[in-house]
Write a protein that binds this ligand. Structure first.
Ligand SMILES: N[C@@H](CCC(=O)N[C@@H](CS)C(=O)NCC(=O)O)C(=O)O
Length: 230
């Protein structure tokens, strides 16, 4: 595992600031990891990254399994608080370090609307667009036909959600929440798995709104799928 301190910002001890950098175990081309890294940047939190060599199966070796027995990135260590699962980490970071409750509202209906999209990120998005990208980009076994169909079904529903007259600028409300972060990377990078975003202008406009957030950092693009050089 390769540690790097090439991350964001100075640490300030306060109830809403970690008193030492949060350690993020990640694989840089993982959308699950990107959503956590994005939250760390948007909250302006100090953190350091530890790159886990997934192709080298480092995530299945005892040192990493001691951190996450599920053998998956991302995971974080926040001064001894060790957490895994990207959406769980988003909930933790927002609850702990965003006292205003902007990223994860406390109002019951608003919170439920955020959770709805976290479930989409862990369901239709993970098994659709994200899965197709894994097959195409990382040459994993799998038939992408059903994955691409599932991705298009989700994109069609999102397009409608973001288009109706009462539509909000972001997925769960008029302000960005962790719902947007959870859904961003695998949709922005869907063309790498041969999922086109062309028929979905409202989704593309939403992606642009997320990418315009102050502190936004992108995930590296891969030249594969629809992004492959002609
Ligand atoms: N539910 C988990 C899924 C994370 C996940 O699928 N991570 C992938 C990288 S994108 C991974 O670690 N794969 C290694 C493996 O499953 O063997 C989360 O949201 O964090």
């Amino acid at each position: 595992m390769t540690a790097s301190t090439a991350s964001s910002h100075a640490s300030h001890a306060s109830p809403n600031r970690p008193n030492r950098p949060i350690r993020l175990y990640r694989f840089a081309l993982s959308g699950h990891c990107h959503r956590v890294e994005l939250m760390l940047h948007l909250l302006n939190l100090p953190f350091e990254t530890v790159d886990v060599d997934l192709p080298g199966k480092e995530h299945l070796q005892p040192p990493f399994l001691a951190i996450n027995p599920f053998g998956q990135v991302p995971a974080i260590d926040d001064n001894g608080v060790i957490l895994s699962d990207s959406n769980a980490i988003l909930v933790y970071l927002a609850s702990r370090y965003d006292p205003a409750g902007t990223w994860l509202p406390r109002d019951p209906v608003a919170a439920a609307n955020v959770q709805r999209w976290l479930s989409v990120a862990a369901g239709d998005l993970a098994f659709g667009a994200a899965a197709a990208r894994i097959v195409v980009a990382f040459k994993r076994p799998g038939d992408t036909v059903d994955m691409i169909q599932r991705a298009n079904q989700l994109l069609t529903r999102m397009e409608a959600h973001l288009t109706v007259p009462a539509a909000t600028a972001f997925l769960a409300s008029g302000a960005p929440t962790i719902a947007d972060l959870a859904c961003y990377a695998y949709l922005a990078h869907a063309p790498e798995g041969n999922v086109t975003l062309e028929p979905y202008p409202a989704v593309r406009a939403w992606l642009e709104r997320v990418a315009a957030l102050p502190g936004f950092v992108p995930m590296a693009s891969l030249p594969c799928g629809l992004n492959a050089a002609a």
